[in-house]
Design a protein around this ligand. Structure first.
Ligand SMILES: [Zn+2]
Ligand SMILES: [Zn+2]
Length: 344
């Protein structure tokens, strides 16, 4: 079968044939209906600093934001019938190491990530542990179901950022994670959500469709964030840019006691002027991934919001055009590119 693989610790990825996997003990074979290209896939494709830890896992089939159907059930699997539509939680713990057995799975020594450290879903079939599958409604379109994982990351960020009704929220970065965070923050009843980007009219337009009260393109009318938003004027900032200066600028927007939550992956360290940070009693928090509670919340709200969320998906393309999908993202000509391996 055709797969998109990361084969070497350098720029790029390759389309190459690989034998179809089989469902081993405790596993199911999932036929992939839709799989999104994630920001982290693009980092992995470009091989930006911060991904060196994956070198030992290469070659690997990429792709972790996916929905599909159970095509085959391996030995020992109960409760998942063939044909069941599912989404898959891509990070999982081994369950047998000392940390897992002592109830600290977060510290698992053998944590695996589908599409990063083990073969993922840029393929017609992927074999995954049955416990990573969550059954979904057969009525949910696959390209919407494939948005579950990035929405989970946004849901977790909002949870960690502890937003409250009546607050003004700024989201820095209109990438998918920023958009997901803005959408979930707005649904949570805050007073206003502002999304900030730089030379990104396509994705800022989508932010508006998702309910952002205001969008700011820093390429228009002054390039400094403080030209558009008063310093010390908002309660919460979410940073999803990956640029160090966003940390400094975002902290500057916060009122005293404000909280900034960082979700961006940064190729370089950021610097913070600690004294005002301390005197103003600010907080900087990190959010990454999301727990099963986030998956359940997102899946519960997907059916009623599928039309508005559909705006995020700018392209649906066959697997054979996956490289072009990455390049569309790199040229900022796409929002979410979803690959449909069943599409000719
Ligand atoms: Zn992702
Ligand atoms: Zn473990």
């Amino acid at each position: 079968m055709l797969t998109l693989q990361k084969t070497a610790p350098s720029f790029g990825a390759v389309l190459a044939d690989k034998p179809e996997p089989t469902a081993g003990e405790g596993e199911v074979l999932v036929e992939v209906d839709a799989v999104g290209i994630c920001g982290s896939d693009i980092h992995m494709y470009e091989w930006t600093p911060g991904y060196e830890w994956l070198e030992g896992a290469l070659p690997v089939t990429m792709g972790h934001e996916f929905a599909g159907r159970v095509a085959k059930v391996g030995p020992g699997v109960t409760g998942l019938a063939e044909g069941t539509p599912v989404v898959v939680t891509p990070g999982y713990f081994c369950g047998v190491c000392e940390e897992c057995r002592s109830g600290k799975p977060d510290a698992c020594r053998a944590k695996k990530s589908i599409g990063l450290t083990v073969d993922g879903a840029f393929a017609r079939f992927v074999s995954v542990p049955a416990r990573t599958c969550i059954p979904i409604s057969p009525d949910l379109p696959p390209h919407i179901a494939a948005l579950t994982e990035p929405l989970v990351v946004g849901d977790r960020a909002v949870q960690i950022g502890t937003i409250e009704a009546g607050q003004d929220v700024v989201v820095l970065g209109p990438g998918i994670i920023g958009l997901a965070t803005a959408f979930i923050a707005k649904r949570s009843g805050v007073k206003s959500v502002t999304v900030v980007g730089k030379g990104d009219p396509l994705r800022l337009g989508i932010a508006k469709q998702l309910g952002a009260d205001r969008v700011i393109d820093l390429d228009e009318g002054g390039s400094k964030l403080s030209d558009h938003i008063d310093e010390r004027s908002v309660e919460r900032v979410f940073e999803a840019t990956g640029f160090g200066e966003s940390i400094t600028q975002g902290l500057g927007l916060l009122k005293d006691y404000g909280i900034m939550t960082s979700i961006g992956i940064h190729p370089a360290p950021a610097s913070i002027d600690i004294t005002p940070f301390v005197r103003r009693k600010l907080q900087l928090r990190g959010a990454h991934g999301g727990g099963r509670d986030c998956w359940d919340r997102v899946l519960a709200m997907l059916p009623d919001n599928q039309n508005v969320l559909g705006a995020i998906v700018s392209h649906q393309i066959p697997l054979s055009e996956a490289i072009e999908g990455f390049e569309l993202n790199r040229r900022r000509e796409a929002c979410k590119v979803v690959i449909r391996p069943g599409m000719a």
